[in-house]
Design a protein around this ligand. Structure first.
Ligand code: NAI
Length: 468
């Protein structure tokens, strides 16, 4: 039966979402096998599970899986542009309350995050899947605000204003004290992405973390696959769907050469673009050189580069001043989790700058000297804003990790407040589940060989320090 409590663009899109889900299921072999393996055991039976993660077709298969394993799920997207509306409608049609519309406002975004956390009868979530840490932030800030309401005064920007508003919205509906009741009942959070994980470690060091967390991002089968090969697929996909501009021969600047940067640089090079990388870390800069890219600073490439992609998870990487000096019609986009990598607000408020919308998630900004730049997805992650994000096969790896993390949380594997990673043997298991679909045949160690290199025949095969 369809859910009654939801906000999606158009519930009539459910049929289309269901058909797309069928293609995704076929690709998401590891996730589907994990679903089959645990379905009978019902490891998530009756658990109230709230998710804040891009509401795409691939996420629909994750939600289906969590439900098949017994969870009572509510969901929202973790970015205002990243929802695939048909996938959201499909999930509602299966009975799950979803609050996600592609192009929702920031205010709606935070209200939807709040509504996702509010289960019927005044209850809150017992387990959370988060991507970027906004749902985690809402619960922590709401908890702190019940101790000292002054934390909600003088918000430093619009985003924080709406976050604070969402906390008050929950108080209005559930009464003050709701966060103090709910937060201690949350058994664990599994966090999807680098930026969200960075936030968790920061809270842990500050002593403000209230809930045990699983760092899914740093499973090798997540960050070394989704962040790299996912972006290798979806970076160029987003740029091309947005602009249809030929990339071959152009100079493209990739800011940051971590996992996401490596994938983006490769995808642009594969199109024939000449890629320049910017980095702050000498190791990553050297890696970029050895992979055959030039390494320079954004200022150095302004006269030449026609495409810019930020991948750093840092702020103010492309500044308003940079954009004021770029080539005419340079394309500027970000694929990192938050939009503050590009100084969009400052640039758009520069005297004489004019904005013209080309189509949804594509804007032209013209400077007083007559040159323009094309900004993708208002500076939010371009692969989900201008395309549909990563393809299903790679997301199967990420979401198998998410599912195993949720099962582990339910089983009580992560009781003390801390940030955990999944054991390497599970990481290897996730990879193992995905090999047959690619026709790969693993070599099996003999006992003698295993003893010689000092590993068990069945794994794990690497020390924790190994970096892949
Ligand atoms: P990472 O830590 O592996 O890489 C970031 C790199 O940026 C590092 O090498 C760092 O040295 C460099 N960097 C930092 N500040 C810089 C600056 N001012 N200029 C140049 N380089 C700078 O992180 P990862 O995993 O590559 O993630 C990057 C971002 O992408 C995060 O926000 C993450 O959450 C997000 N992400 C987005 C995805 C998407 O589908 N759009 C998928 C996966 C991650």
């Amino acid at each position: 039966m369809a859910a009654t409590d939801y906000v999606v663009k158009d519930i009539a899109l459910a049929e289309q979402g269901k058909k797309l889900a069928l293609i995704a299921e076929h690709e998401m072999c590891g996730l589907m096998q994990t679903r089959e393996k645990y379905a009978a055991q019902q490891p998530l039976k009756g658990i109230r599970l709230a998710g804040s993660l891009h509401m795409t077709v691939q996420t629909a298969i994750l939600i289906d899986t969590l439900r098949v394993l017994g969870a009572d799920v509510r969901w929202c997207s973790c970015n205002i542009f990243s929802t695939t509306d048909s996938a959201a409608a499909y999930i509602v049609s299966t009975g799950v309350p979803v609050f996600a519309v592609k192009g929702e406002s920031l205010e709606e975004y935070w209200t939807y995050t709040a509504r996702t956390a509010m289960f019927p009868n005044g209850e809150g979530p017992q387990q959370i899947v988060d991507d970027g840490g906004d749902l985690t932030l809402l619960l922590h800030k709401g908890f702190n605000a019940e101790n000292d309401e002054s934390v909600l005064e003088n918000p430093e920007n619009e985003e924080v204003k709406f976050l604070n508003q969402a906390i008050r919205f929950i108080w209005e509906k559930q009464g003050k004290g709701w966060f103090h009741k709910v937060v201690p009942q949350v058994r664990g959070i599994s966090e999807e992405t680098t930026t969200g994980v960075n936030r968790l470690y920061a809270m842990k060091s500050a002593g403000t973390l209230l809930i045990p967390c699983v760092n899914v991002n740093d499973s090798v089968t997540k960050s070394k696959f989704d962040n790299v090969y996912g972006c290798r697929h979806s970076c160029v996909d987003g740029i091309l769907r947005a602009t249809d501009v030929m990339l071959a021969g152009k100079i493209a600047c990739v800011c940051g050469y971590g996992d996401v940067g490596k994938g983006c640089a490769e995808s642009l090079r594969a199109q024939g673009a000449r890629v320049v990388v910017t980095e702050i870390d000498p190791i990553c800069a050297l890696q970029a050189c050895m992979a055959g890219y030039s390494v320079a600073r954004v200022e150095d490439v302004l006269p030449e580069a026609e495409v810019y992609v930020t991948t750093t998870g840092n702020k103010d990487v492309i500044t308003a001043e940079h954009m004021s000096k770029m080539r005419h019609m340079a394309i500027v986009g970000n694929i990192g989790h938050f939009d503050n990598e590009i100084e969009v607000d400052k640039m758009s408020k520069m005297p004489g700058v004019k904005r013209e919308n080309i189509k949804p998630q594509v804007d032209k900004f013209t400077f007083p000297d007559g040159h323009s730049i094309i900004l993708l997805a208002e500076g939010r992650l371009l692969n989900l804003g201008c395309a549909n994000g990563h393809p299903s096969f790679v997301m199967s790896n990420s979401f198998t990790n998410q599912t195993l993390a949720q099962i582990g949380i339910a089983r009580g594997d992560f009781k003390t407040v801390d940030v955990y990673t999944l054991p390497k043997i599970l990481d290897e298991e996730v990879a193992r589940l995905h090999l047959p679909k690619l026709g790969a045949k693993l070599t099996v160690l003999s006992k003698e060989q295993a003893d010689y290199i000092g590993v068990p025949v069945e794994g794990p095969y690497k020390k924790d320090a190994y970096r892949y």
